[in-house]
Design a protein around this ligand. Structure first.
Ligand SMILES: Cc1ncc(COP(=O)(O)O)c(C=O)c1O
Length: 360
């Protein structure tokens, strides 16, 4: 019999959203707006580079990122999605006997990445769906090697003030690596400069993604700012030719079109606000989102399940949240305004029916 190594045999496969082909998906936090036209043009042009391996140093892409954010290109590493960078960071700095700590509702891929690395994954309580710096600091143990904070958070959509992240870093031991995942950072109006500056301490990394505000989830492209000694170790674990030439070209052009990205963010926020207003008018209370999705808590797990079934019957798929320990919630990615408001109407009617004991 051919046997896998025990750590892999013990793993459960990563649970992606169950995307029914015939359902409209609000389950994966993809952008509902297309990428910049210049990204599309750059991608078409880069198709001609098909016979060649892509640039393993991501020169043009790093230059574009560094130029926009005022960073040193050498401090930037790019990944096949920020997921690749998350996995490499954990494998490089946490192994058997070590622990990775995250807030209660940390990004669920962290648990999978920890299993791959053979380290333990622990969480610290949140307060009202918001990260608690005090709870994280209180949960640090000698085995803690990495603290991972997603800001704004997925699946909550809430965010910490940057000053709180600075307080977290100041309170952590120097030998604990802090990773700040800003996959949704463009949707947060806070200036990220103070967060990027933290990487200068040598013990903090910041991750970003092209999958959300830039509308390039299909390109699989993420990036991060790494202290040199941390980046050198992470780089050893990346596929040397990790990002396709077409994706690099699209991402570099998208980074250069800040106006398009800001328009995507503003239009997404407007649809999100209208959706939340409608749900709040029906008596639902949602945590304040600074992202392209909202978390919707219902009165009970049974109510959430009933509303999920009702939405599926109408052709819509939201993300059930049992995997996050939030079985009474559904998460809705912002989609185009018309269908988004139809989803709001279905949810409101179904909540009224559920609470009246009537069929949805
Ligand atoms: C918090 C968070 N981090 C990272 C990622 C991964 O993004 P990417 O598509 O860049 O791999 C996601 C994707 O949904 C996310 O929600």
């Amino acid at each position: 019999m051919i046997r896998p190594v025990p750590t892999v045999a013990a793993m459960r496969p990563y649970a992606l959203a169950d995307i029914g082909a015939e359902l409209v998906s609000l389950a994966q936090n993809e952008s509902c707006f297309p990428p910049s036209p210049s990204a599309l043009a750059a991608g078409r042009e880069a198709l001609a580079m098909g016979p060649l391996y892509p640039d393993p140093d991501w020169h043009a892409l790093r230059q574009a990122i560094a130029g926009v954010h005022g960073l040193d290109p050498q401090a930037i590493l790019c990944g096949a999605g920020s997921m690749e960078l998350i996995g490499a960071l954990i494998r490089a700095f946490a192994g058997p006997g070590d622990e990775v700590l995250a807030p209660e509702y940390g990004y669920i891929y962290l648990a999978t990445a920890c299993q791959q690395a053979g380290c333990a994954y622990r969480t610290a309580p949140e307060t009202d769906f918001t990260v608690s710096v005090d709870a994280l600091l209180a949960a640090i143990r000698p085995a803690t090697r990495i603290v991972f904070v997603c800001n704004p958070g997925n699946p909550t959509g809430t965010r910490l003030q940057n000053t709180e992240l600075l307080r977290l870093r100041a309170g952590l031991p120097d030998d604990v690596l802090l990773v700040i995942d800003q996959a949704y950072g463009e949707f947060d109006a806070q200036d990220p400069a103070a967060i990027f500056t933290l990487t200068g301490r040598g013990d903090t990394c910041v991750l970003r993604s092209f999958s959300k505000a830039y509308g390039l989830a299909g390109a699989r492209c993420g990036w991060g700012v790494f202290p040199p000694a941390i980046g050198a170790e992470v780089r050893k674990l990346l596929n040397p030719n990790n990002i396709a030439a077409v994706s690099q070209a699209m991402a570099a052009a998208a980074m250069g079109d800040a106006a398009h990205m800001h328009q995507t963010v503003a239009r997404t926020a407007a649809i999100r606000r209208a959706f939340v207003t409608r749900l709040e008018a029906a008596g639902l209370a949602l945590p304040e989102s600074h992202t392209n999705f909202v978390l919707i808590p219902f009165a009970s797990t049974a109510e959430a399940r009933e509303i999920d079934h009702c939405l599926r019957r109408h052709g819509y798929l939201l993300r059930p949240m049992a995997g996050y320990g939030l079985a009474h919630c559904l998460r809705a990615t912002v989609i185009a305004e018309g269908p988004m408001m139809e989803v709001a109407g279905i949810i409101c009617a179904a909540v009224v029916a559920c609470r009246a004991g009537a069929p949805t």
